[in-house]
Design a protein around this ligand. Structure first.
Ligand code: BTN
Length: 258
Protein backbone atom coordinates (compact mmCIF):
# COMPACT_ATOMS: atom_id res chain seq x y z
CA UNK A 1 0.00 0.00 0.00
CA UNK A 2 1.33 3.45 -0.85
CA UNK A 3 2.31 5.55 2.10
CA UNK A 4 0.22 8.65 2.72
CA UNK A 5 1.74 12.10 2.56
CA UNK A 6 1.79 12.72 6.32
CA UNK A 7 3.91 9.63 7.00
CA UNK A 8 6.21 10.53 4.09
CA UNK A 9 6.60 14.10 5.37
CA UNK A 10 7.62 12.84 8.82
CA UNK A 11 10.04 10.29 7.29
CA UNK A 12 11.67 13.02 5.25
CA UNK A 13 11.92 15.28 8.28
CA UNK A 14 13.44 12.41 10.26
CA UNK A 15 16.14 11.94 7.60
CA UNK A 16 17.00 15.63 7.35
CA UNK A 17 16.77 16.72 10.97
CA UNK A 18 20.12 17.40 12.65
CA UNK A 19 19.25 17.74 16.32
CA UNK A 20 21.49 16.11 18.93
CA UNK A 21 18.98 14.22 21.02
CA UNK A 22 16.51 13.27 18.26
CA UNK A 23 17.21 9.74 17.02
CA UNK A 24 14.16 8.89 14.92
CA UNK A 25 10.72 10.25 14.17
CA UNK A 26 7.97 7.65 13.65
CA UNK A 27 4.99 9.10 11.79
CA UNK A 28 1.51 7.54 11.80
CA UNK A 29 -1.64 8.50 9.98
CA UNK A 30 -3.73 7.53 12.99
CA UNK A 31 -2.98 6.14 16.45
CA UNK A 32 -5.06 5.65 19.56
CA UNK A 33 -2.47 7.60 21.55
CA UNK A 34 1.13 8.55 20.77
CA UNK A 35 1.96 8.17 24.48
CA UNK A 36 0.65 4.60 24.40
CA UNK A 37 2.65 3.81 21.26
CA UNK A 38 5.80 5.45 22.68
CA UNK A 39 5.45 3.36 25.83
CA UNK A 40 5.20 0.21 23.71
CA UNK A 41 8.37 1.21 21.84
CA UNK A 42 10.17 2.14 25.09
CA UNK A 43 9.35 -1.26 26.59
CA UNK A 44 10.72 -2.89 23.44
CA UNK A 45 14.00 -1.00 24.01
CA UNK A 46 13.62 2.14 21.85
CA UNK A 47 16.38 4.61 22.64
CA UNK A 48 16.16 8.08 24.07
CA UNK A 49 15.23 10.58 21.40
CA UNK A 50 12.68 8.33 19.68
CA UNK A 51 9.67 10.47 18.76
CA UNK A 52 6.18 9.24 17.83
CA UNK A 53 3.96 11.60 15.84
CA UNK A 54 0.37 11.05 14.71
CA UNK A 55 -1.83 12.99 12.31
CA UNK A 56 -4.89 12.13 14.43
CA UNK A 57 -5.45 10.26 17.69
CA UNK A 58 -8.56 8.24 18.33
CA UNK A 59 -8.00 8.04 22.10
CA UNK A 60 -5.62 10.84 23.02
CA UNK A 61 -4.92 10.90 26.73
CA UNK A 62 -5.12 14.05 28.81
CA UNK A 63 -4.29 14.63 32.46
CA UNK A 64 -6.54 12.99 35.08
CA UNK A 65 -7.60 10.33 32.55
CA UNK A 66 -9.40 12.89 30.43
CA UNK A 67 -9.66 12.46 26.67
CA UNK A 68 -7.46 14.79 24.63
CA UNK A 69 -9.51 15.67 21.56
CA UNK A 70 -7.15 15.17 18.63
CA UNK A 71 -8.65 16.19 15.28
CA UNK A 72 -6.64 16.44 12.06
CA UNK A 73 -4.52 19.59 11.91
CA UNK A 74 -3.14 19.31 15.44
CA UNK A 75 0.32 18.17 16.50
CA UNK A 76 0.32 15.01 18.62
CA UNK A 77 3.72 13.73 19.62
CA UNK A 78 5.49 11.74 22.32
CA UNK A 79 9.19 11.77 23.09
CA UNK A 80 10.97 8.88 24.78
CA UNK A 81 13.61 10.01 27.28
CA UNK A 82 15.91 7.96 29.47
CA UNK A 83 17.66 10.56 31.62
CA UNK A 84 19.87 9.47 34.46
CA UNK A 85 18.13 11.58 37.07
CA UNK A 86 16.31 11.23 40.38
CA UNK A 87 12.55 10.75 40.15
CA UNK A 88 12.09 13.99 42.11
CA UNK A 89 13.44 16.05 39.24
CA UNK A 90 11.24 14.54 36.54
CA UNK A 91 8.49 17.16 37.00
CA UNK A 92 10.99 19.61 35.58
CA UNK A 93 10.79 17.75 32.28
CA UNK A 94 7.25 18.99 31.85
CA UNK A 95 8.66 22.51 32.39
CA UNK A 96 11.23 21.70 29.66
CA UNK A 97 8.41 20.72 27.30
CA UNK A 98 6.24 23.73 28.21
CA UNK A 99 9.16 26.12 27.63
CA UNK A 100 9.89 24.45 24.29
CA UNK A 101 6.24 24.97 23.27
CA UNK A 102 6.10 28.62 24.36
CA UNK A 103 9.43 29.45 22.65
CA UNK A 104 8.20 27.80 19.46
CA UNK A 105 4.96 29.75 19.55
CA UNK A 106 6.86 32.98 20.26
CA UNK A 107 9.00 32.32 17.16
CA UNK A 108 5.82 32.88 15.12
CA UNK A 109 5.35 36.25 16.83
CA UNK A 110 2.60 35.08 19.19
CA UNK A 111 2.90 35.57 22.96
CA UNK A 112 2.01 32.57 25.12
CA UNK A 113 2.03 31.82 28.83
CA UNK A 114 2.13 28.70 31.01
CA UNK A 115 -0.59 27.90 33.50
CA UNK A 116 0.48 25.59 36.30
CA UNK A 117 1.65 22.94 35.80
CA UNK A 118 2.01 22.86 32.02
CA UNK A 119 -0.94 24.20 30.07
CA UNK A 120 0.23 26.55 27.35
CA UNK A 121 -2.15 29.44 26.72
CA UNK A 122 -2.56 32.33 24.33
CA UNK A 123 -4.54 35.26 25.80
CA UNK A 124 -5.80 32.93 28.53
CA UNK A 125 -7.00 30.19 26.16
CA UNK A 126 -5.40 26.76 26.03
CA UNK A 127 -3.40 25.97 22.90
CA UNK A 128 -1.29 23.02 24.11
CA UNK A 129 -1.16 20.41 26.85
CA UNK A 130 1.57 18.14 28.16
CA UNK A 131 1.32 14.69 29.70
CA UNK A 132 4.32 13.06 31.33
CA UNK A 133 4.28 9.32 31.95
CA UNK A 134 7.12 7.35 33.48
CA UNK A 135 7.96 3.90 34.68
CA UNK A 136 10.62 2.58 36.99
CA UNK A 137 11.24 1.35 40.49
CA UNK A 138 12.02 3.75 43.33
CA UNK A 139 14.46 6.38 42.20
CA UNK A 140 15.54 4.49 39.05
CA UNK A 141 13.36 5.50 36.12
CA UNK A 142 13.31 3.22 33.14
CA UNK A 143 11.88 5.70 30.69
CA UNK A 144 9.90 8.90 30.60
CA UNK A 145 7.36 9.68 27.91
CA UNK A 146 6.64 13.33 27.27
CA UNK A 147 3.41 13.73 25.34
CA UNK A 148 2.62 17.06 23.76
CA UNK A 149 -0.64 17.99 22.07
CA UNK A 150 -0.82 21.32 20.24
CA UNK A 151 -3.71 22.93 18.42
CA UNK A 152 -1.95 23.99 15.24
CA UNK A 153 -4.13 24.06 12.13
CA UNK A 154 -7.33 23.21 13.97
CA UNK A 155 -10.41 25.37 13.99
CA UNK A 156 -11.84 25.85 17.47
CA UNK A 157 -15.19 24.61 16.13
CA UNK A 158 -13.61 21.14 15.70
CA UNK A 159 -13.63 20.76 19.52
CA UNK A 160 -16.65 19.86 21.60
CA UNK A 161 -18.80 22.88 22.62
CA UNK A 162 -17.70 22.72 26.29
CA UNK A 163 -14.06 23.31 25.26
CA UNK A 164 -14.56 26.00 22.63
CA UNK A 165 -14.75 29.10 24.85
CA UNK A 166 -11.40 28.39 26.57
CA UNK A 167 -9.50 26.86 23.65
CA UNK A 168 -7.53 28.44 20.85
CA UNK A 169 -5.19 27.33 18.07
CA UNK A 170 -2.30 28.74 16.08
CA UNK A 171 -4.44 29.10 12.97
CA UNK A 172 -7.03 31.04 14.96
CA UNK A 173 -4.33 33.42 16.24
CA UNK A 174 -2.33 33.80 13.02
CA UNK A 175 -5.21 33.63 10.52
CA UNK A 176 -3.08 31.35 8.37
CA UNK A 177 -1.95 27.73 8.54
CA UNK A 178 1.48 26.77 9.86
CA UNK A 179 3.55 24.16 8.06
CA UNK A 180 3.81 21.11 10.31
CA UNK A 181 7.44 20.26 9.40
CA UNK A 182 8.50 23.82 10.14
CA UNK A 183 6.67 23.78 13.48
CA UNK A 184 8.10 20.37 14.46
CA UNK A 185 11.64 21.39 13.56
CA UNK A 186 11.40 24.55 15.64
CA UNK A 187 9.81 22.69 18.54
CA UNK A 188 12.40 19.88 18.58
CA UNK A 189 15.25 22.43 18.42
CA UNK A 190 13.77 24.29 21.38
CA UNK A 191 13.20 21.04 23.27
CA UNK A 192 16.84 20.09 22.66
CA UNK A 193 17.97 23.47 24.02
CA UNK A 194 16.02 23.14 27.29
CA UNK A 195 16.79 19.42 27.63
CA UNK A 196 20.51 20.22 27.54
CA UNK A 197 19.96 22.59 30.49
CA UNK A 198 18.18 19.74 32.27
CA UNK A 199 20.96 17.22 31.60
CA UNK A 200 23.52 19.74 32.84
CA UNK A 201 21.52 19.98 36.10
CA UNK A 202 20.79 23.65 35.48
CA UNK A 203 17.46 23.34 37.25
CA UNK A 204 17.42 26.93 38.57
CA UNK A 205 17.68 28.26 35.05
CA UNK A 206 14.74 26.10 33.89
CA UNK A 207 12.60 27.10 36.88
CA UNK A 208 13.43 30.80 36.47
CA UNK A 209 12.50 30.74 32.78
CA UNK A 210 9.31 28.82 33.59
CA UNK A 211 8.40 31.45 36.21
CA UNK A 212 8.97 34.28 33.72
CA UNK A 213 6.64 32.60 31.23
CA UNK A 214 4.04 31.54 33.78
CA UNK A 215 0.73 33.30 34.39
CA UNK A 216 0.18 31.45 37.69
CA UNK A 217 2.71 32.96 40.12
CA UNK A 218 1.13 35.55 42.43
CA UNK A 219 -2.41 34.37 41.69
CA UNK A 220 -5.00 32.80 43.95
CA UNK A 221 -5.58 29.38 42.48
CA UNK A 222 -7.30 26.09 43.05
CA UNK A 223 -5.24 23.08 42.01
CA UNK A 224 -6.58 19.65 41.45
CA UNK A 225 -4.36 16.88 42.78
CA UNK A 226 -4.67 13.10 42.69
CA UNK A 227 -6.00 13.24 46.28
CA UNK A 228 -8.35 16.23 46.05
CA UNK A 229 -7.98 19.99 45.65
CA UNK A 230 -5.74 22.64 47.22
CA UNK A 231 -6.20 26.39 47.14
CA UNK A 232 -4.15 29.43 48.05
CA UNK A 233 -1.80 31.98 46.57
CA UNK A 234 0.76 30.38 44.25
CA UNK A 235 3.81 32.33 45.41
CA UNK A 236 6.77 30.38 44.08
CA UNK A 237 8.15 27.20 42.50
CA UNK A 238 11.10 25.39 44.09
CA UNK A 239 14.14 23.95 42.30
CA UNK A 240 12.42 20.57 41.77
CA UNK A 241 9.40 22.19 40.15
CA UNK A 242 7.06 21.98 43.14
CA UNK A 243 4.51 24.77 43.34
CA UNK A 244 4.46 26.55 46.72
CA UNK A 245 0.99 27.60 47.83
CA UNK A 246 0.20 29.86 50.76
CA UNK A 247 -3.25 29.33 52.26
CA UNK A 248 -5.29 32.14 53.86
CA UNK A 249 -4.08 30.96 57.29
CA UNK A 250 -0.49 31.40 56.09
CA UNK A 251 0.37 27.67 55.85
CA UNK A 252 2.71 26.78 53.03
CA UNK A 253 1.96 23.66 51.02
CA UNK A 254 3.87 22.02 48.22
CA UNK A 255 2.08 20.76 45.16
CA UNK A 256 3.86 18.13 43.18
CA UNK A 257 1.22 17.43 40.56
CA UNK A 258 2.65 17.12 37.06
C1 BTN B 1 -3.54 17.77 29.16
O1 BTN B 1 -4.50 17.19 29.68
O2 BTN B 1 -3.46 19.02 29.14
C2 BTN B 1 -2.42 16.97 28.55
C3 BTN B 1 -2.73 16.59 27.15
C4 BTN B 1 -1.62 15.82 26.46
C5 BTN B 1 -2.04 15.35 25.09
C6 BTN B 1 -0.93 14.73 24.32
S1 BTN B 1 -1.32 14.53 22.61
C7 BTN B 1 0.10 13.58 22.37
C8 BTN B 1 0.27 12.70 23.59
N1 BTN B 1 -0.47 11.46 23.42
C9 BTN B 1 -1.49 11.36 24.26
O3 BTN B 1 -2.29 10.42 24.30
N2 BTN B 1 -1.54 12.44 25.04
C10 BTN B 1 -0.46 13.36 24.76
Amino acid sequence: MEKNSFVREIEELSRNLRIDFVKKLHGFDSLDSTNRKAKELALAGAEEGTVVIAKVQTRGRGRFDRIWQSPEGGVYLSIILRPNVSAEKTSLLSFVAALAVTSTIESYGVHSTIKWPNDVRIKGKKVAGILLESEGKGQALNYIIIGVGMNLNVSVTQFSPDLQSHTTSMIAELNQPTEISDFLTKFLLQFNFYYILFKENRYESIVNQWKRQSDTIGKKILVRTASGTMDGIAFDVDSSGFLLLKSTSGDVQKNHER
